[in-house]
Design a protein around this ligand. Structure first.
Ligand code: F6P
Length: 479
């Protein structure tokens, strides 16, 4: 096996499998911000992408692939060499669902006030041990695949311990870690058990370069290093001196690839969905949102704002439709299933309260349908992105790029994207339902000219650092 000079490691990889009733496996390309960003950057660059088997179908596929290499087993992985790791199911479940998604995701998105917030008990310690094993399995695969002096790009909160493990075993490697989430401020981060909070920070500091999507998240990380480690922080140069080494912290605001998106959106399946949507909503104005069914996306408050807008503005009844597209996500977790139900209930209530025979005010679709989302972006008059906290939020960037007639962006101040798009968006406090309702109204009342001019500027800002350049900038800094 040829060793690689560039490696990427992430929990979710660029491909996944599903199994049909007859037992046959079919491959599909993965989704989500991290995967779409990195897929474009890694394709054709001689990169090896190390990822986890996420399902039983993935595990079956890996077992038929020598050394875990799906490309070598004849799968079409889109020009990327993919090494999928067969982590035992129980280890994976504890590491991904319990530690990464229920604790680390929760702390960085400030979600500990939900009814199912974690309890750090003896069972959790066993989960933490599994998270270590899972990070160790990534380190093993990366050690096996890396050439001397290779550059390794470790992604996200699933893999915070891998950089330190790699450094201990392979000091020749140049290691980067990138967080696609926000980072918690110290007063929230300290809610983690103290030793685990420190282990995460020292794990990440095993890297040479640590990257974030915005200055705000980078500064919060530096503040945590100052508060919880015996480390020296320089906010001006964004660096951490710790354990005799200096680790640099950088900011890389991932954007979208405009031409690639336009090309995808020109395909027949998008045109078909666009026609179907037009036939469904007629010439009514369109408010659109596209999210994973994710607690931090704040869908329920967003729908409540639409309800308040309809209450306050009866003159808009019958003249507007809200399309809310939600991609099912993390449904192994009970709080995510409950949240999806709350979204459905709110939508039903709104339609029961305002709907008439000829008008359905809200169309909610909980389904994985990417081309339909692209068609909705093309038609939207208003795009709502109101997360309570979000690393970046690429929907806010994709919408303006694909808009055909101009779309007003209602955007949470707590999305990373607000830093780059704030000048031309209608910024809202995500907890302030009434402010969001007023913003929906203001967005619908924007003149065509103003909306189009703002959309053009939003699209420019959204495409400033497309995935290839985002990745190249980090690679360059790593040397
Ligand atoms: O860091 C955030 C992220 O990895 C995004 O890239 C992506 O949208 C989301 O989380 C995917 O989550 P999951 O892999 O659990 O579906």
């Amino acid at each position: 096996m040829n060793k690689a000079n560039i490696l990427v490691a992430s929990n979710r990889g660029p491909v996944s499998f599903s199994q049909a009733d007859d037992g046959s496996l079919s491959l599909r390309r993965g989704g989500g911000g991290l995967v779409s960003g990195l897929s474009a950057a890694a394709a054709g660059a001689g990169t090896v992408w190390v990822c986890a088997a996420l399902s039983e179908a993935d595990r079956l596929a890996v077992r038929e692939a020598p050394g875990g290499r799906l490309d070598e087993a004849g799968h079409d992985t889109g020009g990327i060499a993919v090494h999928m790791i067969d982590v035992p199911e129980d280890t994976f479940h504890r590491a991904y669902n319990t530690v990464a998604n229920s604790v680390l995701w929760f702390v960085h998105h400030l979600l500990f006030d939900t009814p199912n917030a974690p309890a750090f008990d003896a069972a959790f310690r066993a989960d933490w041990a599994a998270y270590r094993d899972y990070n160790g399995a990534f380190a093993d695969a990366l050690v096996a695949e890396s050439a001397d002096g290779a550059r390794v790009f470790v992604q996200d909160y699933h893999l915070t311990l891998t950089p330190r493990m790699l450094r201990d075993r392979r000091p020749d490697l140049r290691i980067a870690h990138f967080s696609h989430t926000p980072w918690a401020p110290p007063e929230y981060y300290r809610l983690l058990p103290a030793d685990i909070g420190r282990e995460v920070l020292t794990g990440i500091l095993g890297a040479d370069e640590v990257g974030f999507l915005t200055e705000r998240w980078a500064d919060a990380f530096l503040d945590c290093c100052a508060a919880f480690l015996d480390a020296e922080i320089d906010h001006r140069t964004r660096s951490v001196s710790f354990g005799g080494r200096v680790v640099r912290v950088g900011v890389y605001g991932l954007g979208v690839d405009g031409p690639a998106m336009q090309e995808r959106a020109a395909a027949e399946d998008v045109a078909e969905r666009r026609e179907a949507l037009r036939a469904q909503v007629g010439d009514r104005r369109l408010i659109v949102r596209v999210d994973r069914t994710e607690l931090s996306k704040n869908i329920v408050r967003g729908l409540a704002a639409y309800r308040e807008f309809l209450t306050d503005h009866p003159e808009w009844h019958g003249r507007v439709v809200h399309l809310a597209f939600a991609y099912p996500s993390r449904h192994d977790l009970p709080e995510y299933r409950a949240y999806t139900e709350a979204v459905r209930r709110t939508a039903e209530e709104i339609n029961a309260e305002f709907g008439t025979e000829g008008w359905v005010p809200l169309i909610l679709q909980v389904k994985d349908d990417y081309p339909r989302s692209l068609a909705a972006y093309q038609l939207a008059d208003v795009l709502v992105v109101n997360p309570i906290r979000d690393g970046m939020n690429l929907v806010a960037k994709e919408g303006p790029v694909l808009s055909q007639g101009g779309c007003a962006l209602v955007l949470s101040t707590e999305a990373g994207a607000a830093g780059e798009l704030g000048d031309d968006a209608l910024l809202v406090n995500p907890y302030d339902v009434s402010e969001t309702a007023r913003a929906l109204h203001a967005a619908l009342e924007q003149s065509d000219d103003e909306r189009k001019q703002r959309t053009a500027r939003l699209a420019d800002a959204a495409t400033m650092l497309p995935p290839q350049r985002w990745f190249a900038a980090q690679a360059e800094r790593l040397g």
